[in-house]
Design a protein around this ligand. Structure first.
Ligand SMILES: NC(=O)c1ccc[n+]([C@@H]2O[C@H](COP(=O)([O-])OP(=O)(O)OC[C@H]3O[C@@H](n4cnc5c(N)ncnc54)[C@H](OP(=O)(O)O)[C@@H]3O)[C@@H](O)[C@H]2O)c1
Length: 333
């Protein structure tokens, strides 16, 4: 057994993007495994924008304490067990933290889920399309009760959650328009994923392009970004439209929720619903089965951006805010 564990510890609460030293790489000896514990080797770590939020404020989870291993969701394999429910070779997803090894005992067991070995299915899908992002898109797209022919606009559309939400919108019969930060991303959305249109919000005329792509207005907004993008989308919404408030990433590094549009919500009589995917934990298996079937039958396509090395995790977190990823961003430990 390896004697040391490399971990990324939260040293200071970032202001803006993560600065060198906000997360500090440390090595500590792996403790001897006690009865009732299992040792998991972390193989992949999910990079999630909310990690940046967990570094600074209490939300649905308390903020990570200074000096603690940074909270993160990961995929791991049990390599040694003195816990009756785990055996060597079991594969789990859960809150491993940004580290090479995690110890699972009854105090944290609830936060871990065993995952099956499925032929021809990569381990990383359990962090993306069959993991948090697929589930978020699935439950988020239940909220508006989309009707065939309605227009859905998804922001951060080429990311892990947005790309799945948009494809679910297509399965539900919507006209789907994505908003993303590069021509390459937009081309992936329309050519590979079947979006009806995709708008690069970094072009100066993107608002005109959005208007041209939504000739009948917008009925549903799956919102991942907030700020000016959300404001512009809400301006084009039809009366009584529905807004699925999934995330507000444009505000996460500014400490500003980026909600400037409540006048529009009122005037257009919009229905806005926020949600957090963990609210639906009791239905995760049902959703993962459906997502898996769609993936198997080619109705859902996914893509991953993989960064190698635990020490690269701070840079990877920043990539989420600079748009460096297409699809699911994962660190291979
Ligand atoms: N409610 C829930 O339970 C739940 C669960 C998971 C995720 N979320 C939310 O879902 C959203 C997407 O998360 P994800 O994990 O799927 O990440 P992601 O979309 O794979 O990555 C984030 C993307 O956001 C875009 N972005 C970043 N800053 C932006 C800005 N200022 N303006 C416009 N676009 C910006 C970037 O793409 P571009 O190149 O297009 O800019 C980036 O690639 C986040 O808001 C996250 O908090 C919510």
């Amino acid at each position: 057994m390896t004697a040391t564990n490399r971990q990324l510890i939260l040293k200071s609460r970032p202001k803006g993007l993560l600065a060198p030293g906000d997360l500090q790489l440390t090595e500590s000896p792996l403790p001897e495994l006690k009865g009732g514990q299992a040792l998991a080797k972390v193989k992949y770590l999910s990079m999630d924008p909310t990690m940046r939020v967990w570094m600074v404020v209490d939300t649905y989870f308390p903020a990570v304490a200074i000096g603690d291993v940074m909270r993160a969701f990961g995929f791991a394999e049990i390599i040694e067990s003195r816990h009756p429910d785990y055996k060597k070779g079991d594969r789990v997803t859960g809150f491993t933290g940004l580290q090479e090894y995690a110890i699972i005992d009854d105090s944290v067991k609830r936060q871990f889920q065993k995952v099956p070995k499925i032929p021809f299915v990569s381990d990383t899908v359990f962090l993306g399309v069959l993991g948090i992002n697929g589930l978020t898109a699935f439950f988020g797209m239940e909220i508006p009760q989309a009707k065939k022919g309605e227009t859905l606009v998804v922001s951060a559309a080429a990311g892990a959650t947005g790309s799945i939400a948009g494809q679910i919108g297509k399965i539900q019969g919507c006209r789907v328009v994505g908003i993303a930060g590069s021509d390459e991303k937009c081309s992936w959305l329309t050519k590979d994923l079947g979006f009806d249109a995709a708008i690069n919000y970094k072009l100066s005329n993107w608002k005109e392009k959005l208007a041209a792509a939504t000739p009948s207005g917008i009925d549903i907004n799956f919102e991942n970004v907030g700020g000016d993008i959300m404001h512009t989308v809400l301006d084009r919404m039809n009366l009584f439209g529905r807004v699925v408030l999934c995330g507000l990433i444009s505000g996460y590094t500014k400490g500003d929720p980026g909600l400037e549009s409540f006048g529009t919500v009122l005037v257009k009589r919009l229905r806005v619903q926020g949600f957090i995917v963990i609210d639906f934990a009791s239905r995760f298996m049902e959703a993962a089965t459906q997502l898996g079937q769609w993936k198997m039958f080619g109705k859902l396509k996914d893509r991953e951006t993989i960064v190698e090395g635990l020490e690269k995790a701070p840079d990877a977190i920043n990539m989420l805010f600079t748009g460096g990823n297409i699809g699911k961003l994962i660190v291979k430990v």
